[in-house]
Design a protein around this ligand. Structure first.
Ligand SMILES: [Zn+2]
Length: 226
């Protein structure tokens, strides 16, 4: 299927929502070629010589690849498969994993967002538990879109809840937004945005939230100055 067919319908979804279809490799190649041409046009408008300047000659192609293969990759492919293990001993206490590297792109300014996520899970006894590295892959999948941090955290939470049905879940993101550092108010890179999202028993019980936040404090202390 040519990804240009029904184009209007396909671009109607929010920019951080998944497409309702997947792109084939040839679709993505076509997308990269078209995007590179448009970036050349943009460079022409901005009086950047992409034909003769040795620095910018290949930049439109590189940037088109960067968008399709990395910055927007999470829109063009399915979420990572989740490997489940039987929770044979009915472990039902809080599991905290992180810091998970987070790299995303701000939907408002197309500038990098980077930092980390920390995830707390209260597994269902009698249910399954998932491999720890899957949380890193889930974060990376949803971060590989144009995002705002408030919606990114909710997409990560919703996906883990739907996929694993835990009794409780906490997601924390602690990130630097380069749109605040590299432009506008030109904030220091120690200026961060932190948000937490709680589900189930973690939303209902402050003692569980405090337990999560204590583990967060320990994990984040090791990152001071990062
Ligand atoms: Zn921004």
């Amino acid at each position: 299927m040519n990804y240009h067919s029904n184009r209007e319908e396909k671009i109607a979804a929010f920019s951080n929502a998944p497409l309702s279809f997947s792109l084939s490799e040839s679709d993505r190649d076509e997308m990269k070629r078209s995007a590179a041409q448009k970036i050349e046009e943009l460079f022409d408008i901005l009086l950047i010589d992409h034909k003769n300047d040795h620095n910018t000659r290949e930049t439109p192609t590189r940037v088109a690849r960067l968008f399709v293969d990395e910055i927007l990759r999470g829109r063009f492919c399915d979420p990572p498969p989740i490997t489940e293990f039987m929770n044979v001993n009915d472990y039902d206490q809080l599991i905290v994993t992180g810091p998970i590297q987070l790299r995303s792109t701000c939907a408002h300014h197309l500038m990098p967002i980077y930092g980390h996520a920390i995830i707390g899970v209260l597994p269902s006894s009698g249910g399954n538990i998932i491999g720890l590295s899957k949380y890193d892959r889930i974060v990376d999948h949803f971060a590989s879109r144009l995002q705002i941090q408030e919606e990114l955290i909710m997409q990560i939470e919703r996906h883990i809840v739907d996929a694993t049905r835990p009794r409780g879940l906490a997601v924390r993101i602690n990130a630097v937004h380069m749109c605040k550092c590299h432009r506008g108010v030109k904030a220091s890179r120690s200026s961060r945005m932190i948000n937490n999202s709680y589900y189930g028993l973690l939303a209902d019980h402050s003692d569980l939230r405090n337990e999560f936040l204590q583990e967060v404090a320990t994990l984040e202390r090791s990152l001071l100055g990062d």
